[in-house]
Structure formats: C-alpha cells, structure tokens
Design a protein around this ligand. Sequence first.
Ligand SMILES: [Zn+2]
Length: 342
Amino acid sequence: MWAVGFEKHGDPGVLKVMELPDPRPGPREVIIRVLATSLNRIDTIVRRGYPGIPVKLPHVPGADIVGYIESVGPDTDLGEFRVGDLVLVSNVWGCGSCRFCRVGMEDHCQSWTMPGFHVWGGYGELVRVPVRALVRAPKEMTINELAVLPLAYGVSWKALRVANVGSGDWVLVLGGSGGVGTALTILAKALGARVIAVTTRPSLLKSLGADVVVGYDREELMNAVNENTEGGVDVAIDSIGDTLPMALDAIRPGGTVVTFGVLGRSSTLQIDIRKFYLRHTRLIGIHNAAKSYLREAIEFMVSRGVKPFISRVATVKEAPSLHELMESRGVVGKVVMIHEWD
Ligand SMILES: [Zn+2]
C-alpha cells in the first residue's frame, strides 16, 4: 500500500511517501480502505517522538479514519456491519476485556490504542482495526466532514457532556481557533450555551458563533467574564495546559473545569489548592472519547444540521507542508487530507 510515513523521528521533512506491506487482519479485525483522514496535533507530536512512548519504525500517523470495510479477519463477527460499508474508526479502542471496556468506557482502559500513535493510522491507504472500533457513517455527511469528526469532535463533545453543558450556560473555551477549539465553540453554541473564546483569531471565532472573544490576557479575560457573567463562567474547557490558571480564575463558584491536552513544553503547573476548595470547583481530566461519545456527537450534529469547520481540503501527500503549518500555529479549524496517489 501507499502511505505517508516516517522512518526516523524529526522535522516535517522526515515524512515521505512510501510503499509498505499491506496490513493483514487478525481475528475480530478488519481492513479499512481509507478515503480520508485529517490533520491533528498528535500527528506532529508522534512524528517528533512522544516522550516515553516509543513507536516501531517505519510508522504511519493519522488518528482520524473514514473509509470502506475492505476485508475481514478469521473468526470475525462483523455484527451490524458488512464488507463495503462506509465507516468511521473511533480514535481510541481499549483492550476489550477490562472492567471499563466491558461497559463501553474504553476511554478509561489503561491499555488503550490510538491509530496513528500506537499502530499505523490514516495516512496509509489501508489500516487494520478491531471491529469494536467501527462506527457507522451517517449518509447525511460528506466524506470530508466525516474525516474530521473522530478525534476533535469526539473529544469536544465528551468535554461538553462531562461538564453537563446546557442551554444558557457560559462556557469558556481556551484555545479557540484550532480543530478542537472550533469544535467546542460550534458544539457548545448548538447546545444553546454562550461562549467566551480565548484566541488569537477573533473574527474566525465570532463567525462560528462565539458571543465574546478575547486574547490570551488574564486581565482582558477577567474583564469580559465580569461584564458578561454573574460571578464567573459555568464551565471552562482548557486544551492548552498552561492556561489552566486562567480557567480557574474565570470559573464561578461550583463551576466545572475540564482539562485535556498540553500544547506547551511543560506539563507541570504551580496552582494554589485554595482556588479549588474555597470555590467548590470541580476539575475533570479527560482524553480521547469512547465510541459512545463519537456516536452521540454524530447523532447530535446530524439531527441539528451542525457542520464541522473545515478550513482546507488537501491530499495526504501534502502532509509535510501541513505539519509545518501546524507547528507554526498556521492551521485554523480542521484540515482534511484525502487519499489521492496518482
Ligand atoms: Zn480495557
């Protein structure tokens, strides 16, 4: 198969078009012929080498996968699916047997697997995945729309759900213009919430429905919070890491802070614990969404006619320049990469 992968870690230039052996499905597995994937920050982190988690080289990135079921492994019950079905692949699957996996909480499994990270992912023409990671693709959405959903829209939906965001709530989104930030804003607005977005791209976030837009400045943010809310935002969602203190400042008593992801170099922060308990703050950590959240996000988006924000459609072969763009913070919203090899 053709794939864009890398044989050594490093700058975007290590990404090459390569011919790799076709993956073969094992028991309870299928091969997906990938139609499209999308660019995620994790792709660039895996390419550079994720601290403490080595990958076998050569490696094929790509956490998002949409494509057709091409073939089926031995002793495999496809369940509701058939060969040739258009499917999405959940961007995290668990061991399949632990106490969490048994009840559909595979995002809590401590032996989780992410395509494009622990195994070859969506930058390849073919990808091998377990049947339990498959999600039916709704006919109401295009291939490009589907390709951006699993990681960014799955985890954004999960963040809003674990914080129980509802109509009229004030939601603070820290890191507004990327794939996750735009997804959070779009989904929060569709849930009837009001959004304060912290971003360097105010006009984009306004166009996506954010009610208030501020820059990365504590004073500016607190002025906006004090002017617009009654004593703080109900929910603050932070996917940057070192902005967590801003989230804690902006939250109302009894509010919920959801944290996932670290964009900066350090994952260590110094925080005054009194900020939590004196204000009854709930702090929830999450990472990738279980399949149930992705399914729910898709159902919600289809039923409300909600569309993801796609800023560009490229091919997988353009991955090196797209990685460069992402690392220079030049990517807004989601970038689709379709599989075109001629
Ligand atoms: Zn498990």
